[in-house]
Design a protein. Structure first.
Length: 409
């Protein structure tokens, strides 16, 4: 018998409804902020993620699904959304035609990481990228937009952390100070962090094994006047609109971030980040375009759903059409289609089964009412509407079916 691949899953109702609810919530908020949807391809050139995400990241080193196709091209199934968005921005010449863009995407990502609570090898991300605006207001805008989605969806008990990683002017001095500090601890670092120490020491602070034990001990990043002013303005714009904590240990796990970074963390979710992002002002230039400021974030749909917690089951408001005998089947089928055309969720159609079998199906699909059609009903041009909770019944003329069914649902 065929089996599901470990780390992947099937999602049925009612769980699948939660993804739809989150997606609809996000689309509504994105619209109010003026973001437009970008549908990304699932497969990209592998080098896109290596160059953008960074050779020392876990994504590139251990987690990316990469393969060679029949044309001997090195491809990868997308592990994240930002590189694809930037590639699309450059390849479609938005730089010349409309450099300021607000994109959002909703889609599945793929990483060959160890499955754990709230994490799968195929998972859904909802993300946003604001390209072409260097102002601190852009940082505050995307953070507040993320807050609106999370809050409207109903996730609770989360905290918002922000930090600034500085720029190419102030970060080199901090990088060297961090190397000097961590070199004294090198023998105690995990294998990955010993490799990261020289290539990207900031990522040691993001390590799930070593990072936490250095809190309060590592050197503090001294921002240059421009970065400090930028970060001060971001905080001023956020105050009074969202509660946040400035966390000097927050660095994020990807190489392309600069200046503002942020995370939404829920304590009851494994590894606790439900959404995160930051500014990446050098990425577009590094990928072959002109120097272009940008900021964005990605949300893990599964993690946000976990953060919201279990929801009470919602009764399905639907009607199941039941035919008592063969001469009624065609009329019953036509009624089903008329109800659906009126926007009423309608079950039924198992007319080869007896009445007991059809009523069992109505129960299995949690229909609220059964609309029963037999020889007597057909002769009177009326149907029997039965409340499947109370057992109450009433006869409704065919001409009034849609109006009466809408009243009770």
């Amino acid at each position: 018998m065929a089996k599901l691949v470990r780390g992947f899953r099937d999602i049925f109702e009612p769980q699948s409804n939660q993804f739809t609810q989150l997606e609809n919530c996000a689309r509504g908020v994105f619209s109010t902020y003026g973001f437009g949807e970008l549908r990304l391809p699932t497969v990209e050139l592998k080098e896109l993620f290596v160059k953008s995400t960074g050779e020392t990241t876990d994504i590139v080193q251990k987690e990316m699904y990469a393969f060679e196709d029949a044309g001997h091209r090195q491809l990868a199934i997308r592990p994240e959304g930002t590189p694809g968005v930037v590639r699309a921005y450059l390849e479609n010449n938005f730089v010349q035609n409309a450099p300021v863009q607000k994109f959002y995407y909703i889609g599945n990502m793929f990483r060959a990481e160890r499955p754990q609570a709230g994490r799968y090898r195929e998972f859904e991300q909802i993300g946003a990228e604001y390209i072409g605006n260097s102002a601190p207001a852009a940082d505050a805008e995307v953070i507040l937009m993320l807050k609106d989605i999370v809050a409207q969806f109903g996730a609770k008990n989360y905290v918002v952390k922000i930090n600034s990683l500085g720029c190419d002017k102030c970060r080199p001095l901090y990088r060297q100070a961090l190397i000097d500090f961590l070199s004294k601890e090198k023998d105690t670092l995990c294998e990955n962090c010993q490799t990261r120490l020289e290539k990207n020491p900031l990522r040691v602070l993001d390590c799930k094994i070593d990072g936490a034990r250095f809190a309060g001990r590592v050197p503090t990043l001294q921002l240059c006047p421009e970065c400090q002013g930028h970060f001060d303005t971001v905080q001023a714009l956020l105050k009074g609109k969202i509660d946040f904590i400035v966390d000097p240990m927050l660095v994020r796990g990807l190489d392309y971030y600069s200046r503002t970074v942020f995370e939404f963390q829920a304590g009851d979710v494994s590894q606790n980040a439900i959404a995160a992002g930051g500014r990446y002002d050098s990425l577009i230039k590094n990928m072959g375009g002109p120097a272009t400021p940008a900021i964005g974030w990605a949300m893990g749909a599964e993690r946000v759903i976990l953060a919201r917690g279990e929801q009470p089951a919602q009764p399905r408001k639907s009607v199941c059409v039941v035919s008592l005998e063969k001469p009624c089947n065609e009329t019953a089928f036509n009624i089903m289609q008329e109800l659906r055309a009126a926007g009423i969720r309608t079950e039924g159609g198992l007319f080869d089964k007896n009445v007991k079998g059809q009523m069992k199906q109505a129960d299995r699909c949690h229909a609220s009412y059964a609309l029963i059609l037999g020889g007597d009903e057909l002769a009177k041009q009326a149907a029997t509407l039965k409340d499947l909770t109370t057992g109450e019944q009433k006869h409704i003329p065919f001409a009034e079916l849609i109006t009466e069914v809408k009243k009770v649902l």
